[in-house]
Design a protein around this ligand. Sequence first.
Ligand SMILES: *[C@@H]1O[C@H](CO)[C@@H](O)[C@H](O)[C@H]1NC(C)=O
Ligand SMILES: *[C@@H]1O[C@H](CO)[C@@H](O)[C@H](O)[C@H]1NC(C)=O
Length: 231
Amino acid sequence: MFLTLFAVTLLAASQTLVNAAPALEIQTKFIVTPFDLIQMGARSDCTTTDECRNATQAAPFVNSALRKYRIVSTGERAALLSLIIFESVGFAFDINHSENNPGQGTRNQMNFPFILEYALDTPRVAKEAQALLGPYIDNPSAIPSATKNAIRELVLADDLSFASAMWFYTRRGPKQTGCLEIPGMVEGLQDESVSGWQNYLTQCIGTTVTEPRRRLWQQALTVLKPAIAST
Ligand SMILES: *[C@@H]1O[C@H](CO)[C@@H](O)[C@H](O)[C@H]1NC(C)=O
Ligand SMILES: *[C@@H]1O[C@H](CO)[C@@H](O)[C@H](O)[C@H]1NC(C)=O
């Protein structure tokens, strides 16, 4: 289903381009390569922790997540990928090692109770999450630290951990629309404007704009922008 839609999108896009500009060939980057990720700040090799994934290991999970949640535009991809590269320090980490914020993790360093919501929204681990939640169903913030960490453990498999930012952007929340209905969100990111990206960080992610984050986003845009080659 996803693949079919994706293929249709590709076909439609290429036909538009053929009609509009026969002399130009746009090399669309629908697949993010390990080299792209390295240029965007991902590690090329891992010597540090068990959590670390090198760019070659990360790329398939990144591409599956983009496909699964249909993140197609360059601007949205740049925002989400620069976020996870920033938060995980180039895919070196997928939990917060500080004892002061139990349950925080996956590649976007998502906080509790978003981690819980992600686990409950993931069919293969939802039952286990439900069981761990137990009596705290009405008050997830009262869940003991060890249990928060156990719930986090349920979503640390690479396919889930690398997809949490995409889930958060498109599905989080009671209406399961993530950040997509926040005014200006999708258009702002697709426009690749600084104000659109700031809107994402402050209104969707709930963090502050910093220069290192801006540099990573800018770099991601440069890497992911389709190259235009004369034919
Ligand atoms: C990346 O990880 C894979 C799998 O562990 C390994 O085979 C490969 O050599 C690593 N690449 C680098 C550049 O370290
Ligand atoms: C990890 O948790 C600590 C304590 O709450 C916090 O200061 C730090 O910013 C967190 N790290 C990340 C990557 O969010």
